[in-house]
Design a protein around this ligand. Sequence first.
Ligand code: SF4
Length: 338
Amino acid sequence: MQKQLIQWYQQNKRDFPWRKDQDPYHIWISEIMLQQTTTETVIPYYERFLENFSTIEELASASLEEVYKMWEGLGYYRRAKHLHESAQIIVEKYQGKFPYEYNDILSLKGIGEYTAGAISSIAYGKQVPAVDGNVLRIISRYYLLKENIAETKVQKKIYQIVQELILNQDASAFNQGMMDLGATICKPVHPLCSRCPIQKECLAFKNKQTDVLPINIKKIKKQEISYITGIITYQDKYLLIQNPPGGLLENFYGFVQYDVESPYSFVSSFQEKYHQDLIIQAHIKDIKHVFSHRTWFMHVYHFVLEHEIEGMYTLEEIEALPLSTAHLKVLKAYLKFM
Ligand code: SF4
């Protein structure tokens, strides 16, 4: 897959001003600007910033107000403050030359593992992974990793996988290829697999799990409950259950939801209770619903039954039933997705 991805990147790479050279200062500025901002927004800011501060020394000797002025409208101003402080460190400690060693880069303000990896590989050609959300998603799909990518141990595992993939490869093209693939093809929702250069060996594609993976369920605080919420269908009917009297939202109807870790565990819990198999179709959306005393995080998935069972209703019939607001949001998200 490395070779296919690299070849695809070389033929299809997106044209950005920060891709015109490999100057570590330029790569650094672009990576910091791109941390919370889209590429289209960043382009004019990037150009203007470098016109005003064309070297690290110029950035270091500017006042913080001048740097903020160039940042106006980009948001997350801490990024600008960190750039300014780091430029001063580079002038003092590295004679104004951007550091070469990975650990020195990582020690600069506002630079984490991803950014250090991106700069090291793109500017210096070092074989260092740059694992961001795009890479976590692509690797999880490609290898059919059904573990939760929000967990550190899973992120570490993916980091190691990438480390092996880039061994003796053009890490710069690989890392940038992953960025482009994640942004244009292996997108979070409805990936464009028919145009994907690594589709042939992609296990999520083979197993029809591209709309299900990755599993990305963040840890939550007390008073907050995380559910896998199932839109379970058979043909044009939806399974609804009625809440028992005495509890939260009593007598209201809603979709089946379990306090479990992933849609795969949902299938097991459902099977235990209903003795029916479910096929996982797609991850629809993550929905937060706040009640006065608790918050639900609903990770909504679509599942399909092999037979009709008791408690299934058409959309017309559902309109006549009292559905809780939370589950009305779930239904709306599903109808929009489809
Ligand atoms: S085949 Fe589809 S899911 Fe697999 S890596 Fe390509 S775009 Fe992503």
